[in-house]
Design a binder for this molecule. Structure first.
Ligand SMILES: [Zn+2]
Length: 609
């Protein structure tokens, strides 16, 4: 639901930050500010400040801060819209949709009628697909394929499987007899309008109906029989079908989820079906997409714990880490199961039976522990101090999502111990991460002092490029969310390259897709594309700061980036200066450059104020 800036302002005006904070955090007056013990980290002396004049809060201990909406978001672990609703309710301000005019109600009515029509068409298509599976030579071939995949008649009935014939016009003529047009079918995502007319989106595929959380048919997934690309094809995103909100097979899994209070999350529908066939009915699959906050919220209504069943390789680690953030943010316990001797649950079940998968799920390790161990394993036999600090830093986004600060603190200590970094240094780095500096890292491993860290300590203004990395990720996250800014950002960046090959590839993908619509970019099947696509989808799930209009955020990010680039240049010159020794000419040239750079930084900072 979109709220007008006027409404947001009205709520802001009516919500005094001191009163709002005081409802849950005792505050004492101290001059112009109010002070208290920070609710976001554990402390004995108050470093949490609320400034009524500016209507903001700030903690000097952990760096949390923001306006009244940010406070409610962080305190209640809710999104901006929910915080807005809570504050509106507190202030007795009616939400706009409750006093909407007749026109808006009519519009809503019209949309509902449209969705109803789409559903009728989907139901019709589902029945038609099912009939096609049981009839004719093509259907027999599809049945034979299904049988080879372990889907007997009972399973085909239970999962309501169907078959979309190779003839691209067959569905269209069947639907026309029932009074539907090509336009109706296109709206339902069942046909594609091509140059030579409309043809079926799904052809020669085994069809899996996909239901929404209310149990209504929302769309289809189709698996190609035998070889062919793409292997899996889903209904396109539309009013009914939204991958980020659907889990498969939801309707069949729901009762088991409620009973076991646990979900097994697998990567594809064949895996989910294999689990259900083996009696593990609490298994659900995402539809070829990363687990989203919507998924996590849906699961949270039925379960306390989610076991992620992903491959134990680097891709699996990435997937687990990506899925972990929304799960932890929703307050769910997240675990990762490793499959031994099988590439996926389907294979494991075939080879060793349900008990093996049950055992893997029972032995699943907490997500954070899994990520740290996998990170260490990836770093090789003897990880360097820098590598160990980096493994620890990789867990920060997950730690930051934990519901309580005491929980985060305990998890941080455990992670620090696992990688061999002192708890103090770990806490310091984590606090820096929360402040958004992404500063890397004072963390000196307990066992071996790092020469790099010592060098960094003697040149305090020289921030390593991790801060740059964070800003550039933020830039891409903004552009993913606001495609309209892509052209401008591209122009402003000009020849300036982003700081890692991964970010550059992701940016290139963004530039290629018109107005930042990433889904329109064509998959060229390369590893680069996959990595860039994964990074962008990762970034698309980051919560953006809602405080500034996107245009202003872009400007701010670009200025911050510029500043960091200058700082990086300063650090490089400073190092060179130290190495120049007695070379007078080199020294004076470097000093001149340094002066110019520092001047530029000063100017930039003035502009940012
Ligand atoms: Zn704090």
């Amino acid at each position: 639901m979109a709220f007008s800036p006027e409404f947001i302002d009205q709520v802001r005006q009516a919500s005094d930050i001191v009163q709002v904070v005081q409802a849950s955090v005792p505050l004492k007056r101290a001059g112009a500010a109010w002070k208290g013990l920070c609710p976001f980290h554990t402390e004995r002396t108050p470093s949490f400040n609320v400034l009524p004049a500016k209507q903001i809060f700030h903690c000097f201990g952990c760096g949390e801060g923001g306006d009244v909406f940010a406070f409610v978001q962080k305190r209640q672990k809710v999104d901006f819209v929910e915080a807005l609703k809570q504050l509106a309710e507190r202030a007795g301000i009616e939400l706009p949709d409750e006093r909407q005019d007749a026109g808006a109600r009519q519009e809503q009515e019209r949309r509902r009628a449209e969705e109803e029509a789409l559903r009728r068409l989907l139901d019709l298509a589902g029945a038609w697909f099912r009939r096609n599976l049981e009839e004719g030579a093509e259907g027999a071939e599809a049945v034979a394929y299904a049988e080879r995949r372990g889907l007997d008649a009972a399973a085909r009935g239970r999962f309501e499987l169907g078959y979309a014939p190779a003839d691209g016009g067959a569905l269209l003529s069947a639907a026309k007899k029932k009074g539907f047009s090509a336009g109706d079918l296109a709206a339902a995502g069942l046909v594609v309008q091509g140059e030579r007319g409309a043809y079926a989106r799904f052809r020669a595929r085994l069809m899996f109906p996909i239901h929404d959380p209310k149990g209504r048919l929302a769309g289809f997934g189709g698996r190609v029989l035998g070889a062919g690309e793409p292997k899996y094809l889903n209904s396109p995103e539309g009013p009914l079908f939204s991958k980020g909100r659907l889990l498969y097979p939801w309707a069949l899994a729901k009762p088991a989820l409620g009973k076991r209070r646990e979900a097994l999350v697998v990567e594809g529908y064949m895996d989910a079906i294999a689990c259900h066939q083996a009696g593990l009915e609490h298994a659900v699959a995402t539809l070829g997409t990363a687990l989203t906050e919507e998924h996590a919220k849906l699961l949270k209504r039925y379960v306390d714990r989610v076991v992620l069943v992903f491959d134990a390789d680097a891709a699996g680690l990435r997937a687990a880490r990506r899925a972990g953030e929304p799960l932890l943010a929703a307050g769910l316990e997240a675990r990762v199961a490793r499959l031994k001797g099988a590439k996926d649950p389907d294979e494991l079940l075939r080879r060793e039976g349900p008990a093996a998968l049950e055992a893997a799920a029972a032995e699943a390790r907490p997500l954070l522990e899994f990520c740290v161990q996998a990170g260490l394993a990836a770093a090789g036999e003897r990880p360097s101090p820098t590598q160990r600090a980096a493994v620890l830093a990789d867990s920060f986004p997950l730690l930051a999502r934990l519901a309580s600060s005491s929980e985060a603190d305990a998890a941080l200590s455990a992670a620090a111990a696992a990688v061999g970094v002192s708890p103090e240094a770990a806490r310091e780095d984590f606090a820096a991460f929360r402040r958004g500096e992404g500063r890397r890292p004072a963390a000196v491993p307990v066992s071996a002092p790092a020469p790099e860290a010592a060098a960094a300590a003697s040149a305090p203004e020289a921030r390593p490029p991790e801060a740059l990395l964070l800003v550039e990720r933020e830039l891409l996250a903004l552009l993913v969310a606001h495609g309209e800014l892509v052209e401008q950002a591209k122009e402003e960046l000009g020849e300036s390259l982003l700081c890692t090959p991964g970010l550059r590839a992701a940016a290139a993908l963004l530039w290629r897709a018109p107005r930042g619509v990433v889904m329109l970019a064509r998959d060229d099947g390369s590893e680069d594309f996959k990595a860039a696509d994964a990074l962008l989808s990762d970034l698309s799930q980051r919560r953006l700061s809602q405080l500034a209009p996107p245009q202003e955020s872009l400007k701010d990010i670009l200025l911050r980036r510029q500043e960091l680039l200058l700082e990086k240049a300063v650090a490089e010159r400073t190092l060179a200066l130290r190495q120049a020794g007695t070379d007078q000419a080199a020294t004076s040239a470097l000093l001149k450059e340094l002066q110019a750079l520092k001047h530029a930084i000063h100017e930039l900072r003035t502009e940012r104020r």
